[in-house]
Design a binder for this molecule. Structure first.
Ligand SMILES: O=C(CCC(O)(O)[C@H](Cc1ccccc1)NC(=O)c1ccccc1)N[C@@H](Cc1ccccc1)C(=O)O
Ligand SMILES: [Zn+2]
Length: 561
């Protein structure tokens, strides 16, 4: 026993050192690729990935169990030739997404960021919105449908080689308790009434047809409706100040936006970003015409000193707040950088996402924005408060069903409930059932609309954002209480320091209990946060005689030709 213990410890020391080198080289090669998409860089990345996979393979089941934390062992279990095929199709899907553009008849071709996003956010012309919405799905979805089928096969094969029945089961295993699916359904049932009230209210102002056409909500995937706040403001005579306009008038630059976030983190007693971060991050789309992957991400280079963010930043309040989200990932890296490589991850993926989002909740509080000169007038009366909460609700409550259905869809694809000839039909069945959305035009069997969302083309699980949505309010409330904050939650500013130090070295229910005293994720704090708005919504919907939901409605689809 003792001997094994010593050997295991010595082995882990050896592993620790070599892992840092292999992982650092892999991260460098991947960074070089996503910030300069060329064939040479892709080949180099794939080569480093297979080196990393080689390094992870073990025969001894004991060691394998000990190191099962290494989330990327999943695809490494594939035979060499299939691993290479898998990596090639992953790179193809992600590159197709990142390079896709929609071309005007005789004019330029527009990429997603910033151009198509800008149209979805600002245009109020339904024809233009439809052009961008349909063009994007033709440019991405159509190309990925066939590749996605092969991706599902190889993913499931890799999962089975790791002892899971399919890749969905492997993804869910990151959240220890195996009651995850029931727990999530319970959370959704608790949250759905909020969504129905918001949906009924927004529908009346945007398009009174029962399910809402999916291109009218100010976002390419209708996942967040914050950009149509001006169309649905409860008290239009008291519009919130346009912070984007204020930022532009104050000549904010992307680097200042990152400095602003860094200052906020240090003001909460958190760690500041090291020099490498400022030297090596990509904060804007490069002006030298390089092809880059614009979907934002945070990077840990596993050497304790190199941490970066890649983002094609625009000077808007939405991008400023999403920088807080990204810096939350960096903060987690900084706080756990002295842990062993194996434990350099969040307590679970939802904690990783929740940290940045909960700090954003503090940063978007009126109080903070006020003392940063981004707002002018002092107090908020109760009507302005409802307007403010509506803004937050359009981002967070609208997001609930989307964040839930994204992996409901993929779990069913992985477990075979959804077969490949009905991917798109089943996607829209879920979009109707959970979001009350319909496509603005009939879809055909050549379409693959789920592929038009980054996380599906980049094989990034999504349930983490659903759990994070609930978790961020629960943690926010706990930290505000710990600060002795009285009064409404949306006015509180707090710091999550002691969550972060633990990394993934402790089971996440323990981390949750340490902060909140509870061992289960609970929607109570979210309900409390939005209470004033929900009271207003109920009154409003009753007065308008609004019926909630979209009973037995079906979207018009092209007949299955
Ligand atoms: O995708 C993101 C933000 C990007 C990220 O920070 O979650 C990023 C996603 C990503 C990108 C490339 C590879 C893998 C994941 N995650 C990270 O950068 C990350 C996550 C965990 C550890 C280290 C970095 N947000 C989601 C959901 C969301 C979150 C917050 C507000 C609104 C919407 C979305 O936009 O649909
Ligand atoms: Zn994130």
């Amino acid at each position: 026993k003792f001997y094994n213990e010593t050997v295991a410890k010595a082995f882990l020391q050896f592993y620790e050192h070599t892992a840092q080198v292999v992982w650092n080289q892999f991260m460098d090669a991947t960074w070089n690729y996503v910030t300069n998409i060329t064939n040479k860089n892709r080949e180099e990345m794939l080569h480093k990935d297979s080196e990393r996979s080689q390094h992870i393979l073990f025969q001894d089941p004991a060691v394998k169990r000990m190191l099962s934390k290494l989330q990327n062992i999943d695809k490494a279990a594939l035979p060499q030739d299939e691993l290479e095929e898998y990596n090639k199709l992953l790179a193809y899907m992600e590159t197709t997404y990142s390079m896709a553009q929609v071309c005007l008849n005789e004019g330029p071709c527009l990429p997603m960021e910033p151009d198509l996003q800008e149209i979805m956010v600002t245009s109020r012309d339904q024809k233009e919105l439809l052009w961008a919405w349909q063009g994007w799905r033709n440019a991405v979805g159509h190309q990925l449908r066939i590749t996605f089928e092969r991706y599902v096969q190889l993913s499931n094969k890799a999962a089975k080689l790791n002892g899971y029945k399919d890749m969905g089961a492997l993804w869910r295993s990151k959240y220890e308790p195996d009651t995850l699916e029931q727990d999530l359904e319970q959370l959704f049932q608790e949250l759905q009434p909020l969504y129905l009230k918001l949906h009924a209210y927004v529908r009346r102002l945007i398009d009174p047809r029962e399910p809402i056409p999916a291109h009218l909500l100010g976002n390419m995937w209708a996942q967040s409706w914050v950009n149509i706040l001006d169309l649905v403001l409860p008290f239009p005579k008291k519009p919130p100040e346009d912070i984007t306009k204020i930022m532009k008038s104050q000549h904010w630059k992307p680097s200042k936006m990152f400095e602003e976030a860094d200052m906020f983190f240090t003001s909460l007693g958190l760690l500041s970003t090291p020099p490498n971060f400022w030297k090596k991050s990509m904060m804007e789309r490069p002006a030298d015409g390089r092809e880059v992957e614009c979907h934002a991400s945070a990077w840990d280079f596993y050497n304790g000193k190199d941490f970066r963010i890649k983002k094609c930043t625009e000077v808007t309040i939405e991008d400023l707040l999403s920088i807080f989200h990204r810096m939350g990932h960096i903060q987690y890296f900084l706080q756990y950088k002295n842990l062993s490589v194996i434990f350099r991850a969040g307590a679970n993926p939802a904690f990783e996402e929740a940290v940045g989002s909960m700090i954003t909740l503090s940063a978007s509080s009126h109080k903070h924005l006020l003392n940063r000169g981004l707002l002018s007038h002092q107090h908020q009366d109760s009507e302005e408060e409802v307007n403010f909460l509506m803004g937050i609700a359009l981002e967070k409550i609208a997001f609930i069903p989307f964040a839930y259905l994204m992996d409901l869809f993929r779990w069913k694809v992985f477990d075979g409930t959804i077969q490949k000839d009905v991917y798109n039909q089943e996607w829209w069945n879920l979009r109707l059932k959970y979001q009350g959305m319909c496509p603005p035009i009939p879809r055909t069997k050549d379409d693959f609309d789920p592929g038009a969302k980054f996380h599906i083309s980049a094989s990034v699980p999504y349930i983490r954002y659903f759990i994070s949505l609930v978790l961020q309010f629960q943690l926010h409330e706990a930290l505000c209480k710990a600060l002795g904050h009285m009064g409404p939650l949306h006015r509180c500013v707090h710091s999550p320091r002691d969550i972060l130090k633990l990394g993934s070295s402790k089971p996440w229910p323990e981390v949750l209990q340490k902060i909140t005293g509870q061992t289960k994720v609970s929607t109570k704090a979210l309900m409390t946060y939005f209470k004033p708005l929900l009271n207003w919504l109920v009154t409003e919907n009753v007065q308008q005689g609004e019926i909630l939901g979209w009973p037995d409605f079906s979207c018009t689809f092209a007949e299955k030709d």
